[in-house]
Design a protein. Sequence first.
Length: 388
Amino acid sequence: MLAQPLPPRSACERGPAGRAARGLAARAALWLLCAAPSLGAAGTGVSGPNAPTGAVAAAATAGEARAAPAAPAAPARPLVIAHRGASGYLPEHTLVAKAYAYAAGADYLEQDVVLTRDDVPVVLHDLTLEGVTDVETVYPERRRADGRWYAIDFTHAELQRLAVHERVDPASGQPSWAARFHERGLPLRIHSLADELTLVRGLNAATGRDVGVYTEVKSPAWHRAQGKDPSVVVLRTLAEFGYRNRADRAYVQCFDFDELRRMRTDLATDLRLVQLIGENAWAESATDYERLRTVEGLREVARYADGIGPWIPHVVTWPEGGGAPSYTALVRDAHAVGLVVHPYTFRIDQLPPNAPDPEAVHRALFEIARVDGVFTDFPDRTQRWLGR
Ligand code: CA
């Protein structure tokens, strides 16, 4: 029942003294919304001299020709989804990053899953290893012809010899995030999906909380071309830990629409499914994301899935040179067909283009766009903004 939107209820109805109003700026934003609806509408167009440019502008176009999102359904309690753990503070997808996220109050912990050579689902964002491990020094000879080391070429036991570190650009060796965790030499390891589900089960038992899991099947078409079927393995592993239907605290996410549909139909899962939405240019899958963001596309998604995970610029963009953000109709359109909306990714060290500060991003997503949750590298910051 969690994460299901309540019937439409506007921020104005709750009033500026209600739960939605947090601090002076929030109250001012609400006042503007309530007292000056025309001003709110004026701030939502994308045309004119302040229109965003480039990829973000392209992202903002699909499904957006209509007017401002008018009082979309208010989420019962927006979800804080720890993106790769508390990855703003500790190397992504390590158990310490997950424990930190848990302690920071996240509602869900995210797992990206790829398969090893011996079909163990491991929690890793990339198909390759060199961005977050020392594979190039431990197994120098195991690279493919393209110069990369693929997790699928190693057994789970072999992967245990690798040390995980903060993400770097493999070409330069430079950290991807200048201000994040710098230390090396800790015994941080790649862990299996079962390891992480065990951690969550143990923490839930020890704390009495009910933190959920939010598992992504990575590149299923690529895996299948390599003779693997990650969706089957992931769904089986989740079921072994008691995650079997919509009442359970689990979501399964995927960028590949055909695969998501297959999970619901052929693989007959009753778990909550989330269709991730990217840009076609990213080539995440063969899915046409521009079409999925249309009303017709969302309607089709809703036949199989319970929610969408769009890129933040699919929901809101900020103009160059400052000014009011522009909102697409995506959240409203998704809510209209019963889909929850969990955009990615909130990062204090990589705000959406032209966004003035982290608070503005939180406010835009939660108070104006009324999303149902957000993927965040900084779950503590998102929790704090939500007043929890
Ligand atoms: Ca992910």
